[in-house]
Design a protein around this ligand. Structure first.
Ligand code: CTP
Length: 213
């Protein structure tokens, strides 16, 4: 089982970055639960102070979207199930390589940052999967558009399931979520539950998924 978790950091210069509030907790709990169930588990983890408790989890760290892309290219082919819980940046600063060892200076005139789109790593994995590999993505959405957006992401990214969770999930100890798949109605958690309980709920659901095409 291959799990990604945590935020990405996209450098702006040698001391600053663009990131998000993901703590990685949900993906870390998933990795611990998967290892306890006996799955050979690899966790690709972004910059966070949290870490898995179970020593059987194989841990590899990333910082940028590009680091994670590289890790997925080497780890994805060997896995049976990918759970993509990482909060991956959609844009990164268009920093010139020359800025690598430098620091942007304050000016009186303000500043406009140029951002470039990052690749969709989840869709990339889905496009190169082999038969039998199952892929679960996440969708962090406002409650008003939760299920509708999750269904759109399921189709667009060509994955087997999307965990739809409201924006409040990020950096919180609890989660209320729905698993949206291509067949049947969405399956919801029993209300708002601890992320450790959610990990077991999701693994049960993943074990119940049919084989991928
Ligand atoms: N994801 C990814 N690569 C990206 C952005 C997102 O692999 N560059 C993955 C996330 O890990 C998650 C899923 O795609 O499993 C959905 O992420 P989300 O941020 O909710 O969706 P986006 O693709 O960014 O779409 P939107 O901006 O419309 O919400």
């Amino acid at each position: 089982m291959l799990i990604t978790a945590g935020p990405t950091q996209e450098p702006l210069d040698s001391v600053r970055y663009l990131a998000n509030r993901s703590s990685g907790r949900l993906g870390i709990e998933l990795a611990d639960s998967a290892a306890r169930r006996g799955y050979a588990t690899t966790l690709l983890l972004g910059p966070t102070s949290l870490a898995p408790a179970d020593g059987r989890v194989m841990l590899r760290r990333f910082r940028t979207t590009s680091d994670l892309d590289e890790l997925l290219r080497s780890e994805f082919p060997a896995c049976d199930v990918l759970v993509m819980a990482a909060a991956v940046a959609d844009y990164r600063p268009a920093v010139s390589p020359g800025m690598a060892g430098e620091k942007l200076r304050r000016t009186e005139s303000g500043m406009t940052l140029e951002l470039v789109a990052t690749p969709d790593l989840l869709a990339g994995c889905a496009a190169r999967r082999r038969p039998g590999q199952r892929i679960v993505g996440f969708a962090l959405e406002p409650r008003s558009a939760l299920l509708e957006s999750a269904r759109r992401k399921l189709a667009r990214k060509r994955v087997d399931a999307i965990v739809a969770n409201p924006l409040e999930t990020m950096d919180s100890a609890t989660v209320e979520a729905w698993l949206v798949t291509g067949d049947g109605p969405p399956m919801g958690t029993p209300g708002c539950i601890a992320k450790s309980a959610f990990a077991d709920w999701l693994l049960d659901a993943i074990e119940g998924l049919g084989g991928a095409s």
